[in-house]
Design a protein around this ligand. Structure first.
Ligand code: COA
Length: 198
């Protein structure tokens, strides 16, 4: 976990390499996360996206990992290294063995199954490497694409948090979804959902 490696490991899937971010990723993060369509349904992306925020955010990743709190990955294309988005676990709680999953992709990369592929790899990492018992995620009610991603990987709908957050000054309901280690293992028994070890 965070006490044995300086950064999270690199995770590989059929089409993706999920790797720690570096300062050189800041312009791409700014470009994709700066799109209102991306910020609109993400929980923590301001709009307009301020200059320097990507640099600040990336600079915090190392410490958050070493302190065992967060594991953030750039979602990059295995074919040519293009940075397409970000995915991570936040609020990693060693005592309760849970963490919250979050992710976004730049708009040109939507609709290709890439978020689902990235989420599967991070769940594998959460259960197999971090030894967590539970991973959960929140999405806006008005974000069915994210709900579908989580549904496809076996994250069950656990409830609706009414007016739990404000987005663009208006209260919004969140759906909470979660998956337990035993559910992940059962899903793996019928479907090879782990990352490609190559
Ligand atoms: C949500 C997001 C990550 C999805 O990424 P993606 O790579 O397009 O997702 P996938 O292709 O893996 O899966 C999307 C699924 O949602 C479905 N979907 C897309 N739009 C939908 C809609 N309006 N209603 C219902 N389902 C929808 C797709 O058909 C697909 O399901 P399928 O495989 O059964 O056909 C991406 O749209 C995004 O980054 N959005 C902005 C940020 C964000 O919302 N992040 C998540 C915060 S909780």
């Amino acid at each position: 976990m965070g006490d044995t490696l300086d950064t999270p490991p690199v995770l590989r899937t059929a089409r993706l390499v999920l790797r720690p971010m570096t300062p050189r990723d800041a312009p791409d993060v700014t470009k994709w996360a700066g799109d209102f369509e991306v910020a609109d349904t993400a929980l923590n992306i301001p709009h307009p996206y301020p200059d320097g925020l990507a640099e600040e955010w990336i600079a915090m990743h190392g410490r958050a990992w070493r302190e065992g709190r967060e594991a953030v990955f750039a979602i990059t294309a295995r074919a040519d290294g293009t940075l397409m988005g970000a995915i991570g676990l936040a609020g990693i709680d060693a005592r309760h063995r849970h963490a919250e999953l979050g992710y976004w992709l730049g708009r040109p990369f939507w609709g290709l199954g890439l978020a689902t592929e990235a989420v599967r790899a991070v769940l594998h990492f959460a259960f197999e490497t971090l030894d967590l018992d539970r991973v959960f995620a929140h999405h806006f009610v008005r974000n069915p694409a994210s709900g579908r991603v989580l549904e496809k990987v076996g994250m069950v709908r656990e409830g609706r948090l009414r007016a739990h957050v404000r987005q663009w000054g208006r209260p919004e309901d969140l759906i909470v979804r979660g998956i337990l280690r035993k559910e992940w293992n059962a899903a793996r028994a019928v479907d090879d959902v782990g990352p490609d070890p190559a």
